[in-house]
Design a protein around this ligand. Structure first.
Ligand SMILES: [Zn+2]
Length: 693
């Protein structure tokens, strides 16, 4: 067999614990890894994406008993749900490991033996407080003390255990962190881990004898291996560690050490202290990076069973499709930080960025090429019908290719996408300015050449954005690629992507809309689906929850009307030659819904130097803190505004006032002859970030 010469890239999701059904948080981690893996494949890496399920432990034993099942049946069922969801999400994992598989059990026993042979395991007796939920001992003498992680009461446990000499690794770990600053990301997590290790490490109990559902310790089967040692080993066992098979051994050589372990921030200690210590003790190389992402909150709250606000990925996928969910999670959430999820926000992103921006660009460009050039990519004119605006698109496209790569490969997905979308924005504007639909009506060769250049330029920019966005939007970009007449997008070599590769004269595929607009009912449909999924068994008797946070009551002091023009420069909608909006002065509900009004809270306010009417404000709108510049300085003292809740237009294009960028507009009534501003507000208390509609 010819050895694969491509560089390897091995990325893992955490393996998901089967004590709960998959929810959107699991989907998030998996989508992030999938997007990274897809890009690496397009860059020519021999990429291996691993996910799977963690299935042992007392928690599973108890949950299974409560459900009247064997632990095995229970684990099979829930693991099947994860696997089914990832298939449905079109996740491109190369393997799905289960910790109950023989290949894994064999590998864990092998690792245990090696640790024992290397002198890092000894037997001791331990009596202490144990949290069953978190599968860990709690450092306290007090019987029944509450677990600091989950708050549940701990149980007193006394057992003869095997111990791992974790204490021997504190200095080695600290040295490793220092020599490999890229090992733990982001920086805040790295500092947290360093502080923990500096606080001193105690030896770790790595076996249990009080329950049965786990992997037996080799040569002492009344003990089972500690669930975290068991679980973490999956990253090695899945690529062949502990196997006798030469092919599997080869695989381990090829892929280990992993390039990236992607995890949620709550399991950082296990991955950055215990796991590297186990590997050091076994003489195995350490993974190159452990990257912790933040939590996904639902409308600003932590998702939890007790709140009943756990959202499932299927709900969004059922209504808007896989790509809508992927796009939202990668674009809206600043990777590494906590991010907020809401159905409103998903629909809003989908409509503005996908249906409107990308969908619009694809649809009008390809439709015009079909109409005016019989579906063949036209030849751009290098001279006669050429304008600076064409070159500007080309230059921007080239820098977007470079910037996107840098940002994406630095895990700044949101900014990378923003960067690609800036090109979409420019090209949509270019089309409005160049008016190809007007040029098409004119006679003569020069106009024909001009039309060809405009449409070629737009189509080539579309091709580049589509290629870059493929890891984020695999399904819809594959469709656009076909419509561009370019075949299978996954075969594209991203390394060589540059301006000018769209084959001239190439025949387009069948042009169809890729992102149908979502109407308001999409939000309601998702809310209803979630309520049904979260509802207790007899569904109809539960009282309708009266406090849907999104229906904030408008204030009695009605906000001053926001003109539709304020949402202004939204590119023309789908049709090729869109006429101006209807002339009766009325707007449709869809037009109104384009305006995103949100409750914000003023965090900071100051006068703008040299402008007596202007205040610079920092306003928390739930998802972020925005800088706004508002002409209210004559009516309000800055100090009086701090802490006040205000209404802002959140999706206004940024503009500059006195050199300061203003991101949004504050809503106020205009009173009296001099138009004194009076800020809109609420009589009831409303949460920051609530949407007005
Ligand atoms: Zn706990």
């Amino acid at each position: 067999m010819e050895k694969d010469k491509r560089p390897g890239f091995y990325i893992t999701t955490p393996i998901y614990y089967v004590n709960a059904r998959p929810h959107i948080g699991h989907a998030y981690t998996t989508i992030v890894c999938d997007a990274i893996a897809r890009r690496k494949r397009m860059l020519g890496f021999d990429t291996f994406l691993l996910t799977g399920t963690d299935e042992h432990g007392q928690k599973i034993e108890r949950s299974a008993a409560a459900a009247g099942k064997t632990p095995r049946q229970f684990a099979d069922e829930v693991s099947g749900l994860f696997r089914g969801l990832f298939e449905r999400m079109n996740i491109s994992n190369n393997d799905f490991i289960r910790t109950t598989e023989p290949r894994h059990e064999r590998g864990v026993q092998q690792l245990f033996r090696v640790l024992r042979e290397n002198g890092y395991i000894y037997k001791g007796t331990y009596t202490g407080q144990y949290c069953v939920y978190d599968e860990m001992y709690i450092d306290t003498a007090e019987a029944g003390a509450k677990c600091p992680e989950c708050g549940r009461p701990t149980e007193t446990v006394s057992e003869e255990n095997y111990y791992f000499k974790l204490s021997a690794f504190a200095d080695k770990l600290l040295k490793y962190f220092e020599d490999h600053p890229e090992f733990i990301r982001p920086e805040t997590r790295r500092n947290e881990v360093i502080a923990f290790v500096r606080g001193g490490l105690r030896d770790l109990s790595i076996s249990r004898s009080t329950f049965k559902w786990g992997i037996p310790v080799p040569d002492d089967p009344k003990h089972i291996v500690y669930v975290w040692l068991d679980a973490l080993s999956n990253y090695c066992t899945a690529v062949g560690y502990g196997s006798d098979d030469p092919g599997e051994r080869k695989k381990f050589e090829t892929y280990w050490p992993a390039d990236v372990h992607m995890i949620g921030k709550e399991i950082i200690r296990f991955h950055c202290v215990y796991w590297p210590a186990f590997l050091m003790a076994a003489g195995l190389p350490l993974p190159k990076a452990v990257i912790a992402h933040g939590w996904l909150l639902f409308e600003e709250n932590k998702m939890s069973k007790s709140r009943g606000n756990i959202v499932r990925a299927e709900t969004v996928i059922d209504v808007l499709g896989n790509d809508a969910l992927r796009y939202f999670l990668l674009r809206e959430i600043v990777f590494g930080q906590d991010g907020s999820f809401s159905f409103d926000a998903v629909v809003q992103r989908y409509n503005s960025d996908l249906a409107n921006d990308l969908g619009n660009l694809a649809s009008r460009t390809l439709t015009m090429i079909s109409r005016y050039f019989n579906g063949s990519v036209p030849y751009p004119s290098p001279t006669v019908a050429h304008k600076d605006a064409d070159d500007a698109i080309k230059r921007q496209a080239q820098s977007v290719i470079a910037d996107f790569a840098q940002l994406f490969d630095d895990y700044q997905f949101s900014r990378a996408i923003e960067c690609a979308w800036s090109l979409i924005g420019t090209v949509n504007k270019y089309l409005v300015e160049q008016e190809p639909w007007v040029v098409a009506e004119k006679e003569g060769e020069e106009n024909k050449s001009r039309l060809a250049t405009i449409l070629y330029t737009a189509a080539e920019a579309l091709r580049i954005v589509t290629a870059l966005a493929h890891p984020v939007l695999p399904e819809s970009t594959a469709k656009i690629w076909h419509q561009l007449g370019l075949g299978e997008i996954s075969r594209l070599d991203l390394q060589t992507l540059q301006w000018g590769q769209l084959p001239l004269g190439g025949k387009l595929g069948k042009v169809e809309p890729v992102f149908p607009r979502a109407d308001k009912s999409a939000i309601e449909r998702m809310q209803t689906m979630e309520q049904e999924r979260n509802a207790p068994a007899p569904p109809t008797t539960t009282p309708a929850s009266s406090a849907t946070p999104s229906t904030a009551t408008p204030s009695p002091a009605a906000p001053s009307p926001v003109t539709p023009g304020a949402a202004g420069a939204v590119p023309a909608t789908v049709a090729v030659a869109t006429p101006a909006p209807a002339g009766d002065g009325k707007i449709s509900i869809d037009d109104f819904l384009k305006v995103e009004l949100r409750v914000g809270q003023v965090k900071f306010a100051e006068k703008v130097k040299g402008a007596d009417k202007l205040l610079r404000l920092e306003v928390d709108i739930g998802t972020e803190v925005r800088q706004l510049v508002a002409g209210i300085a004559l009516a309000y003292e800055p100090e009086a505004l701090i802490g006040r809740k205000v209404v802002i237009v959140a999706n206004l294009k940024p503009r500059k006032l006195r050199g300061l960028e203003s991101n949004g507009m504050i809503v106020a009534a205009s009173v009296g002859e001099d138009g004194k501003p009076v800020l809109a507000g609420f009589l009831e208390d409303v949460p920051v970030g609530a949407k007005l509609k």
